[in-house]
Design a protein around this ligand. Structure first.
Ligand SMILES: Cc1cc2nc3c(=O)[nH]c(=O)nc-3n(C[C@H](O)[C@H](O)[C@H](O)COP(=O)(O)OP(=O)(O)OC[C@H]3O[C@@H](n4cnc5c(N)ncnc54)[C@H](O)[C@@H]3O)c2cc1C
Length: 312
């Protein structure tokens, strides 16, 4: 019988590394993670946090029997003690050592409205070696379906990765896995809170990586403004072509549900992968669509929404 594609893993924090002002890398360890499906690229997982007023020990106990049937179990949990689910990216996985790294953005220190703090960011800011938690992630590679990955470029053509700080872990993981030939066709545009967040070195294998720090000598640029500007400049030379009617239609997207990914690998001169704050992703999506990019060549994902907590 196939192992479940996605299941719960009981983990313990084995390392906490402050990478730069806005990112902390947490290494999760556990014997159970030896069965973790290290799929690479933009592999997403759920970090499961204790409900307010409950403990990590209670969380681990609650999730113990959930296994691959975790979602119905989670839904059935009483609302006042239901664990919190937040989505994160696997920055690196070393299943043979039972280790998974996740890079958390420490948000909540900015001055822009809607950029609040949240339970996951707070948990990461205070994480200590030995803290226990639960993650929901993929089981052994090759078993079940490869869920939770969207990076699917066609062979050939230029590759564009664009995102804010929440997309940095996924973009770095993608860059590190690129074949050298593909790296030479790749541009990554990454907007981050401050210049010290330009994580170096990223093994980009020859890809062009442009960091866009919002904080500069003249003050702080609004979230997304540098990313949108950089994508606009990059596409300025792109000749607009007539859009398919279906491609042109859906600009009036519901920002809470902005997750627009191709169902199959497309083809063409340019493939774009865009992730970050949903309103910013919508604006970038408009730009790349206006440049004539068909739906099949664009993955646009709202990783978070200003002023809204993540709903499971
Ligand atoms: C597929 C996917 C992969 C992701 N990968 C990562 C990752 O690897 N690392 C990472 O840090 N994040 C990642 N995110 C984003 C992360 O899930 C959200 O930022 C999440 O809302 C954080 O949870 P929280 O409990 O801290 O805040 P929430 O309780 O969800 O939100 C509380 C408040 O904080 C605001 N907020 C949430 N995130 C941010 C932010 N980044 N900056 C400013 N304000 C914010 C919300 O608008 C809200 O007002 C990913 C999201 C998705 C969908």
């Amino acid at each position: 019988m196939d192992a479940p594609a996605y299941r719960t893993f009981a983990v313990e924090v084995s390392r906490v590394q402050r990478l730069c002002p806005s990112f902390v890398r947490i290494t999760f360890s556990g014997d159970d993670l030896v069965g973790f499906g290290a799929c690479g690229a933009d592999q997403r997982i759920k970090v499961v946090l204790p409900a307010p007023g409950t403990t990590a020990a209670h969380l681990v106990e609650t999730c113990r029997g959930w296994g691959d049937d975790w979602y119905p179990h989670w839904l059935r949990a009483p609302e006042d003690s239901r664990p919190l689910l937040r989505t994160y990216t696997v920055r690196a996985a070393r299943p043979s050592r039972g280790e998974v790294d996740v890079d958390f953005v420490l948000h909540g220190t900015g001055s822009a409205p809607g950029h609040g703090s949240g339970p996951a960011s707070r948990w990461a800011a205070g994480a200590r070696t030995g803290d226990r938690l639960v993650v929901v992630g993929p089981d052994r590679p090759g078993q079940g379906r490869a869920w939770g990955r969207e990076w699917a470029p066609p062979p050939g053509g230029r590759l564009l990765l664009a995102g804010d700080e929440t997309a940095v872990p996924a973009v770095c993981a993608v860059l590190e896995a690129l074949e050298p030939e593909a790296a030479l066709r790749t541009v990554a545009l990454l907007e981050v809170p401050c210049p010290e967040d330009a994580l170096q070195p990223v093994a980009s294998g020859g890809a062009q990586v442009r960091w866009l720090p919002r904080r500069g000598p003249l003050g702080e640029a609004p979230h997304g403004s540098l990313l949108v500007g950089a994508v606009a400049s990059l596409l300025a030379g792109q000749r607009p072509v007539a859009l398919d009617r279906r491609d042109a239609q859906d600009d009036d997207v519901d920002l809470d549900l902005l997750w627009d990914v191709p169902e199959a690998v497309g083809s063409g001169d340019l493939y774009a992968w865009v992730a970050g704050e949903a309103g910013v992703v919508r604006d970038v999506r408009r730009l790349v669509k206006a440049a004539g990019l068909p739906k099949a060549s664009l993955a646009a994902m709202g990783y978070w929404r200003a002023g809204r907590t993540e709903a499971a």
